[in-house]
Ligand binder design. Structure first.
Ligand SMILES: NC(=O)c1ccc[n+]([C@@H]2O[C@H](COP(=O)([O-])OP(=O)(O)OC[C@H]3O[C@@H](n4cnc5c(N)ncnc54)[C@H](O)[C@@H]3O)[C@@H](O)[C@H]2O)c1
Length: 436
């Protein structure tokens, strides 16, 4: 199959490289010329484990290439994927579909022969209908079908998620389009991956419902963690105790500083807006959004309390700034609330992140960026674990203690065990660990 991927970001580049690895001919298109120039030089513009080797191998074998101008690729394509960003629209929280519709306009002018236009971007219910109308209005003669195929990959584990997904969702009733989609994903038959064929609107909603459910699950355990602190219970044990129940499941039950990232915050908000527009409000998700926003803002206060409530003039060392480990993605990361919150209270912030510094420097001001975890601990009054990168899981704690001004650790990811930290002489605060 010939594939044109419009948008070469986290999703477009991973999907494009994986489809090429499945044996298809893929051109990844992006209007950001500097991104394409870097890719053509063999550089990967984002940090995603394994992506450099996958891209290099498929470029070498002639199945993957890059372009700023996607005209030829779109004309020749059996399937054109739209994988552009759908950020929150400023002011109202609806998904901003400007990039999606611009891509649809471009595609419309170029369709040649039966073409499947696939929306991989996360888009609100009804967007597929809109894309169809845009293309139909410009090209009444064109032979095409618009399909919804939401992406469920997680940054940090994106390649494995794309190649071994729990399921693939395909929203279309067009039989020819279904066959093209089956062919594209045929290599997944080996693992017997379920392909859920459904209507387009249903498919669009599945993506939002999935993200909202996961965001709600995280927010649930976060509130239980607060209760654990109040009553003297251990949220880790509660999570295990409920997670072993197969109806609940153990994933997404890690209490922390509140969810962030490029998807959950904007997608939960967009779902709330859509539900309100259609007169069918989803109060649970609405509440989840509010609880999570408040939680991220409250974390600076939690850190201050570990120092007796006052951080004025105090030096705070932060480990991890990205919204989760194994990515350089800083979009809506909890650090974007925590760091300015601490600075507003008069703290001096020094921080280390293994891959996020480049992005963090654009978004956080007044931070002293350090080159390693021990440098971030040096002379600190408190050390905060904000993102659970593997390298923070086995720190030389005696060295950390010697370096710090005073041995106070706030572990917002529950990486360490309270009793171990106490035994080593730390004043330690985790999340939801009133008592073991
Ligand atoms: N990042 C994730 O983990 C993830 C997971 C699942 C779904 N999604 C969804 O996938 C979509 C893309 O997300 P992302 O994180 O890859 O975004 P991104 O910002 O990393 O990438 C989007 C890319 O599209 C390019 N672009 C925009 N308009 C274009 C056009 N007309 N022609 C060519 N290129 C264009 C941009 O320059 C950018 O490089 C979003 O809807 C998102 O919600 C993201």
């Amino acid at each position: 199959m010939r594939v044109a991927m419009i948008g070469t970001g986290y999703v477009g580049l991973v999907s494009g490289a994986c489809f090429a690895d499945f044996g298809h001919d893929v051109v990844c298109v992006d209007k950001d010329a500097s991104k394409i120039a870097r890719l053509e030089k063999g550089e990967i513009p984002i940090f995603e484990p394994g992506l450099d080797d996958l891209v290099a191998a498929n470029v070498r074998q002639g199945r993957l290439s890059f372009a700023v101008d996607g005209s030829d690729a779109i004309r020749q394509a059996d399937a054109v994927f739209i994988a552009v960003g759908t950020p929150s629209r400023r002011g109202d929280g609806h998904a901003d579909l400007t990039y999606v519709y611009a891509a649809a306009e471009e595609i419309a002018g170029l369709i040649d022969g039966f073409t499947v236009v696939v929306t991989k971007s996360t888009v609100p219910v009804g967007t597929g209908d809109e894309i169809e109308q845009i293309i139909r209005a410009k090209r009444p003669d064109a032979e095409f079908a618009v399909v919804s195929n939401p992406e469920f990959l997680r940054e940090g584990a994106a390649i494995n998620d794309f190649k071994r997904p729990d399921r693939v969702v395909v929203g279309t009733e067009d039989e020819r389009a279904q066959n093209v989609m089956r062919e594209l994903y045929r290599p997944l038959n080996l693992n017997e991956t379920p392909i859920v064929f459904t209507g387009r609107r249903t498919s669009e909603l599945i993506k939002y419902a999935a993200n909202a459910f996961l965001a709600m699950k995280i927010t649930f355990i976060n509130e239980v963690a607060d209760l654990c602190e109040a009553v003297g219970a251990d949220v880790q044990a509660v999570a295990r105790g409920i997670g072993l129940d197969k109806r609940i499941g153990s994933k997404f039950l890690h209490a922390g500083p509140g969810y962030g990232g490029s998807c959950f915050p904007k997608d939960t908000l967009a779902l709330v807006r859509t539900a309100n527009d259609y007169g069918a409000p989803i109060t649970l998700v609405d509440t989840t959004v509010k609880v999570n926003d408040a939680r991220k803002k409250a974390m600076a206060g939690k850190i201050a309390r570990a120092l007796g409530g006052d951080v004025k003039g105090k030096r705070v060392g932060i480990l991890g700034l990205t919204f989760k480990p194994n990515t350089d993605d800083m979009r809506d990361a909890p650090s974007l609330d925590v760091v300015p919150g601490l600075q507003a209270m008069g703290a001096v912030v020094q921080a280390y992140d293994p891959e996020g510094r480049h992005e963090a420097e654009k978004l956080l001001s007044g931070v002293e960026f350090k080159d390693g975890p021990y440098e971030a601990a040096e002379a600190a009054d408190v050390l905060v674990i904000l993102t659970e990168w593997d390298q923070f899981r086995a720190l030389d704690l005696d060295r950390v203690k010697l370096l710090m001004k005073q041995p106070v650790v706030v572990d917002l990811r529950n990486v360490y065990r309270p009793e171990d930290m106490k035994a080593r002489g730390f004043d330690y605060v985790g999340i939801g660990r009133g008592k073991a």
